[in-house]
Design a protein around this ligand. Structure first.
Ligand code: 4NP
Length: 158
């Protein structure tokens, strides 16, 4: 079963990537039970605007409606050390992609960075839309996209 480490990245690490982290952990647990503990799963923001904060209450609520509790997660900023720490760095949109990739010129680091939805919609450069300024519907849509992509990545990796 490989890879064993994945980092999800968005701008603030309070709306999209915390849900990605939670839903991916949940999918791992469903598939592998106790063996899922061998995986390292984390999330980060390209900014430190919200460092130390819990996920947006709307993200927490939409995840919890599907049985995924992300209330214990705290926002942190992406660090260049993450390029070494993780096998895969999955970003939510092209702006996250630019912001992460500008932090390294190492080809092996750059090869780890992919759009989260590339697995579900290959070649479409489809973003996970930022729901921050929208309504609750946006958060449910984000949840659905992330849940499907998590299953698709696990199919590909395991
Ligand atoms: P996220 O959403 O990148 O999915 O966590 C955002 C959260 C906060 C801000 C922007 C996007 N902000 O500008 O504060």
């Amino acid at each position: 079963m490989s890879p064993r480490s994945v980092l999800f990245v968005c701008l603030g690490n309070i709306c999209r990537s915390p849900v990605a982290e939670g839903v991916f952990r949940h999918a791992l647990q469903q598939r592998f039970g106790a063996a899922s503990a061998a995986w390292r799963v984390d999330s980060a923001g390209t900014s430190d605007y919200h460092a130390g904060q819990a996920p947006d209450p709307r993200s927490q609520a939409s995840a919890l409606r599907h049985g995924v509790d992300i209330s214990g997660q705290r926002s942190r900023a992406f660090s260049t050390a993450d390029f070494e720490e993780f096998d895969h760095i999955l970003v939510m949109d092209s702006s996250n992609h630019v912001n992460v990739c500008r932090l390294t010129d190492n080809p092996s680091h750059l090869a780890k960075v992919q759009l989260m939805l590339d697995v579900s919609f290959p070649g479409e450069n489809k973003p996970v839309p930022d729901p921050y300024y929208g309504g609750d519907h946006g958060f449910e849509h984000v949840y659905q996209l992330l849940a499907q992509a998590s299953e698709d990545w696990l199919e590909q990796w395991t």
